[in-house]
Design a protein around this ligand. Structure first.
Ligand code: ADP
Ligand code: ASP
Ligand code: MG
Length: 407
């Protein structure tokens, strides 16, 4: 049995006319001799609306109840779409995470998939040609509904593709593929035909929301070819796949940005062993993910530590840092929410030097001040004032020759 997993994002299922286009893509998959698993997101805006509702009802919404609430967005999409398929005479049924089940851990709001009952899915495929599965959700071993984190339907789709041995996992969205940078903020962004898993991993973790980061982790681990394409065109899109030598020839293949950053500085910590653990231990206990970290050197026996976090974690982080400051004798805690990070990514960086220097020179020319820097083997990231993000993305895109003309 040939199985194809196709995932359709929020804009693809937003309205009846869009869903009809989604149906065409599913029909095409069937016509190629596949059984189809169609993974759907909530209609665009719906998850935000549900989360706003939770905040309206409760000052500190219970995380498990929040998941039970937001998972309903996908339930609406899959039942409506299945009606549409059945109207066209297609043997289809909808499936929620718990009905399969897709089992996850109990980290509500950002649960990780532990297992998928592929045997049950094979059983359903005996009776149906299309299974319409709710993305973004799963359930714990004791039956509580979980969600996988914002943008998590991509991960549901790739995990299903891995579990079922799908020929390819198609991710349908509102753009034609993966671009050299977000085409919505840089008009010269160029669509890539192929991108390496590792580059895509860095792009996703550095803010390119076209694919959920965990979906790329799954794809890389289980070698699932992922094709990102548009619901609204027949363009072949971008294949996310294993690296090859032609990819290494390109120094920088993409620029990503992330505005969901807040910077926190804890000042005048005693410069003795254990201070970094005293700062980051309590943050990790509260489940707060820290992104960039810089520790300053200091001559008077004291040092500052600066780090970045997601803006939604700022209040909790400041509470935690207040306690840390009291315990350690640090003098003050500062914060800034008007920052954002921009990253240049490319597997070609492994064998070439000078990317950092060119990045800094280009930003200097525009008078953009760099607040923090971090690097990995295939990425350089800088933190800057949020107001300069679009400019910085365009400048770096141009500097590394990613525009159409230079190609
Ligand atoms: P969906 O609802 O289909 O999951 P998303 O909004 O999550 O869609 O992701 C698609 C969006 O990702 C695009 O509209 C685009 O603005 C954004 N994006 C950011 N970086 C990139 C990139 N490098 N290539 C393509 N799209 C990108
Ligand atoms: N509906 C969820 C969200 O908006 C999951 C997804 O769209 O992938 O984040
Ligand atoms: Mg998405």
């Amino acid at each position: 049995m040939k199985i194809l997993v196709q995932k359709f994002g929020g804009t693809s299922v937003a309205r009846l006319e869009c869903m009809k286009q989604v149906r065409e893509k599913v029909l095409h998959g069937l016509a190629q001799g596949n059984k189809v698993i169609a993974v759907l997101s909530a209609r665009s805006g719906e998850t935000n609306n549900l989360l706003a509702l939770a905040d309206e009802w409760s000052s500190t919404p219970d995380k498990a109840e929040c998941d039970a609430l937001v998972a309903t967005g996908e339930q609406v999409s899959i039942s409506l779409f299945t009606m549409l398929l059945r109207d066209a005479g297609i043997r289809a049924r909808s499936l929620l995470g718990w009905q399969i089940p897709i089992t996850t851990d109990n980290d509500f709001g950002r649960a990780r998939i532990l297992s998928i009952n592929s045997k049950a899915l094979h059983g359903f495929l005996e009776d149906y040609d299309v299974l319409v599965v709710a993305g973004f959700q799963g359930c714990t071993e004791d039956g509580r509904i979980t969600t996988l984190g914002r943008g998590g339907s991509d991960t549901s789709a790739v995990a299903l593709a891995a579990a079922l041995g799908s020929v390819e996992c198609e991710i349908y969205t509102d753009v034609d593929g993966v671009y050299t940078t977000d085409p919505n903020i840089c008009s010269t962004a160029r669509k890539m035909d192929r991108v390496a898993y590792e580059e895509m991993l860095e792009m996703a973790s550095m803010g390119a929301k076209v694919l959920h980061i965990r979906s790329v982790e799954f794809a890389k681990k289980y070698k699932v070819p992922v094709r990102v394409r548009s619901t609204f065109s027949s363009d072949p899109g971008t294949l996310v796949t294993q690296e090859d030598s032609s990819m290494e020839a390109v120094l920088v293949s993409g620029i990503a940005y992330d505005k969901d950053q807040a910077r926190v500085t804890i000042r005048d910590l005693p410069d003795v062993p254990g201070m970094a653990a005293a700062v980051f231990g309590p943050l990790s206990e509260k489940g707060i993910l820290v992104d960039m970290i810089v520790q300053n050197t200091s001559l008077d026996g004291h040092t500052d530590i600066t780090f970045t976090i997601s803006r939604k974690d700022l209040q909790l982080t400041l509470q935690v840092m207040k306690e840390v400051a009291e315990k350690t004798g640090a003098s003050e805690v500062l914060h800034d929410v008007s920052v954002a990070k921009v990253s240049a990514i490319g597997v070609g960086m492994r064998n070439h030097s000078g990317v950092a220097a060119r990045t800094f020179a280009a930003l200097t020319q525009e008078g953009i001040n760099i607040l923090m820097i971090s690097t990995s083997e295939i990425k350089i990231t800088i933190l800057i004032q949020e107001k300069y993000v679009e400019l910085a993305v365009r400048i770096l895109h141009d500097t590394f020759g990613l525009d159409w003309d230079i190609g």
